[in-house]
Design a protein around this ligand. Structure first.
Ligand code: NDP
Ligand code: KPL
Length: 335
């Protein structure tokens, strides 16, 4: 039987997954809110630019207003701050045997489950490196890991099937501990968010501002451990090393920076939202809950709270991007 997926949010991640699922033989439909992007995909198909060439797929796409009344398997790939509203939109359209997978950064699964039920929620971790560079065109800026599992625990047949359907992309990890990957990505992601404070390569900034970067990772991962999460390593990120001593964190960062240098995507999605798209970011939605969980466990997260605030000031134009903000982060970490 042919698998059928509706991808809601057909941008960098949704577009990339859509093209690979299509090339593995799945029936893929897209829903996206950006009318220019929708028009371009209708005209030229969804295109992915690789260093080695282009991969494309002609796929049916609609705006949310034109979307089908009933949805089956949904892959959700909108920015985290849109999750609540989009999950509320999906819920009444979701078939009885339908389900929703969060192909996002952050802890979106509980928000989705509140609308569609935990048993219809699939958890996923994605470490792809992609950007929408023009309407209908995604640049694939490098490869990382994907992990999949059920939000309610374990890995059901639908999860195994999704992993199989992603074989044109690569080999996803199927696990009962997606949460461990998502929290580790929040730790790694805190450095990526901090790199958006300046207009320079993510890897170079992480390398030059290790004191502040390591302290941020430690805050986030300490909260994860207090939450009872078993952290998972992925790609070149080894979470446990940041909770050990500074020498081990340094060695871990050497490896991470070397790996980031192999990726052609040099700026984070957060940088892109601010510098290119001029829009609000998902940082408060992703890191607000980390600060709240830290407060519940008595774990101070002053640098994470500072970072959320600093990104907010960049978003409103109250301050410009400048590497001096990362010098300040280093000073705060040392204080
Ligand atoms: N890009 C990357 O390399 C990575 C991204 N991620 C995560 O994946 C998630 C998606 O990010 P990314 O793909 O980069 O984001 P993009 O902005 O590229 O794509 C999201 C798309 O969703 C659309 N959208 C917004 N609201 C709706 C709606 N109500 N219904 C349908 N579509 C909607 C957006 O339209 P509009 O622009 O008009 O709002 C946009 O086209 C994020 O959580 C991100 O952190 C994770 C790993 C890597
Ligand atoms: C850097 C990257 C691509 C890592 O997955 C990311 O999560 C982002 O763009 O913010």
């Amino acid at each position: 039987m042919t698998s059928q997926y509706t991808i809601v949010g057909a941008g960098a991640i949704g577009g990339t997954l859509a093209v690979h699922l299509h090339h593995a033989g799945a029936d893929v439909r897209l829903v996206d809110a950006d009318p220019e992007h929708v028009a371009a995909v209708r005209e030229h198909g969804m295109r992915i630019q690789h260093p080695g060439g282009e991969l494309s797929a002609r796929l049916p796409i609609s705006t949310p207003e034109e979307a089908p009344d009933e949805l089956g398997a949904v892959l959700l790939a909108v920015k985290a701050q849109a999750t609540d509203a989009v999950a509320a939109w999906i819920a009444p359209r979701l078939a009885a045997d339908g389900w929703v997978a969060s192909m996002q950064n952050g802890l979106n699964e509980a928000t989705i489950a509140a609308h569609v039920g935990p048993e219809r929620t699939v958890a996923a971790f994605v470490d792809l490196f992609a950007d929408v560079v023009a309407p209908g065109v995604v640049k694939d800026g490098g490869i990382g890991a994907i992990a999949l599992g059920d939000f309610a625990g374990g890995a059901s047949e639908r999860v195994e099937r999704l992993a199989h359907d992603l074989r044109h992309w690569g080999e996803p990890i199927v696990t009962a501990n997606v949460e461990g990957f998502l929290w580790s990505k929040l730790g790694f992601g805190a450095m990526l968010v901090a790199s958006a404070l300046a207009d320079a390569d993510m890897g170079d900034l992480i390398d030059r501002h290790r004191a502040g970067m390591h302290a941020l990772v430690r805050e986030v991962l300490s909260v994860a451990v207090a939450e009872g999460v078993e952290l998972e390593g992925f790609d070149a990120f080894v979470p446990g090393e940041y909770l050990a001593d500074e020498a081990r964190a340094d060695a871990a960062t050497d490896g991470l920076v070397a790996w980031l240098a192999t990726q052609t995507k040099k700026r984070s999605g957060i940088w892109r939202d601010i510098a290119v798209r001029g829009r609000r970011t998902e940082v408060p939605t992703q890191y607000g809950p980390v600060v709240e969980a830290g407060a519940r466990h008595g774990i101070p997260t002053p640098l994470t709270a500072w970072l959320v605030d600093a990104i907010g000031r960049l978003e409103t134009g109250a301050m410009p991007m400048d590497e001096a903000h990362l010098d300040e982060l280093d000073r705060l970490a040392a204080a």
